[in-house]
Design a protein around this ligand. Structure first.
Ligand SMILES: N[C@@H](CCC(=O)N[C@@H](CSC=O)C(=O)NCC(=O)O)C(=O)O
Length: 372
């Protein structure tokens, strides 16, 4: 079988992959458009099939390269693959950084995502390793935090994986989506839009918390996306992290944020985004406002760690308002409390995030069972 794959090329790979997929319930097929790297795909096929037969019962990853005549639509319609294209696999801090993309059914666009697997996740045998989801801020792609937050270093030190999703759909072809930096492309605000024309694509809440995590769970069986996952984020991503935690009791073990938009219903960024994505009914806005959500929250109540630079211009302009969240948490009797650290001299940039990312990594490592 292995020799057949090599000599026959991808025309035969697909039928064979299909047979093994159905016969052995293989959950995960790796795929690539990239003809130039076909030899790497074939090597992955050998390794995956050998691994599968060596350890039956485990999920195998089979790779194949698309050839002309095998369309993406056909493959998806037959529910054959859980698909991520791997555009780069980079060695870092003993682990691997994967730069991935995949077609999303929720945003109806191709989505980029970076995933860092620490060394502990490369040779994990019996126990899955925890995951930290990092949501980025306005204008960011998966690469900003990957390049500037230092999170991968601390992920290797403590032993958790990190997922860096994108901040919006890209190329949805909606009129006006590229007109401003704080709305549309790069500014999905992690909400499910209700209003036209955004509601067809701008559904980053469901994309991140449902589709992406479930697809990654199939792609990375050594990572624990179900039972041991925490969430953090910066600015608009801090808002996304706080909402993700407060709207899904029990899903995330812990939450933290860097300079989060804490009370979006009452700040200019929130007004602009929510009135466009969610419409005029302000009761819908409260469903994505942490300062409101914490009053109704009923789940586990770990300490929420927040850092905020005192010299951050957006803080001074009242876009962020973490004090409102602290007050609401106190009034609601949120048990773990909000550990708000206003740090002198720091601004809103990744220099600020990189300075405090170890504290946040440690905070999550504790709740993820990696530290006492
Ligand atoms: N208009 C500016 C500012 C954009 C900016 O500051 N973005 C922040 C997030 S703001 C809140 O969500 C950011 O993290 N930028 C990326 C970075 O690498 O610093 C602009 O477009 O630059």
């Amino acid at each position: 079988m292995v020799l057949l794959l090599e000599s026959s090329g991808s025309f035969l790979v697909l039928p064979i992959a299909k047979i093994y997929f159905f016969k052995y319930k293989i959950a995960n097929l790796y795929w690539s458009y990239n003809r130039e790297h076909a030899h790497i795909d074939y090597i992955r096929i050998y390794i995956s099939i050998l691994q599968f037969f060596k350890s039956p019962g485990q999920i195998a990853i089979i790779a194949f390269t698309f050839s002309q005549g095998i369309g993406l639509k056909e493959i998806i319609s037959k529910r054959i693959i859980m698909a991520f294209k791997v555009s780069q696999e980079i060695y870092q801090f003993g682990g691997r950084l994967y730069k991935l993309s995949h077609p999303s059914e929720i945003t109806k666009t191709s989505m980029d995502v970076n995933v860092f697997v620490p060394p502990q996740g490369l040779d994990a045998k019996d126990k899955k390793i925890p995951v930290l989801l990092y949501l980025s801020g306005l204008t960011c792609t998966p690469n900003n935090a990957t390049e500037k937050s230092f999170f991968q270093y601390f992920a290797s030190k403590y032993g958790f994986a990190v997922v860096f999703p994108d901040t919006s759909p890209r190329g949805a072809k909606i009129e006006g989506e590229d007109e401003s930096w704080d709305f549309g492309t790069g500014a999905g605000f992690y909400v499910d839009s209700l209003a036209e024309p955004w509601s067809n694509n701008y559904n980053m809440y469901s994309y991140v918390h449902k589709e992406l995590l479930s697809k990654l769970a199939t792609q990375f069986p050594a990572l624990d996306f179900e039972e041991n996952i925490s969430i953090t984020g910066h600015s608009m991503g801090g808002l996304g992290a706080l909402c993700g935690f407060l709207k899904n009791p029990g899903k995330y073990k812990s939450v933290s944020a860097f300079a989060p938009i804490s009370n979006p219903s009452t700040c200019p960024w929130g007004h602009k985004a929510f009135s466009n994505y969610l419409g005029k009914d302000e009761s819908q806005w409260l469903k994505y406002d942490p300062t409101h959500l914490i009053k109704e929250y009923k789940g586990d109540q770990p300490t929420i760690l927040i850092h905020q630079g005192a010299a951050d211009g957006f803080y001074k302009d009242k876009q962020l308002q973490p004090e409102n969240l602290v007050k609401a948490a106190e009034e609601a009797g949120y048990k773990g409390g909000i550990d708000l650290n206003i740090v002198d001299g720091y601004d809103h940039s990744y220099f600020f995030i990189g300075t405090f990312s170890e504290e946040h990594a440690k905070h999550h490592a504790k709740y993820l069972g990696l530290l006492n």
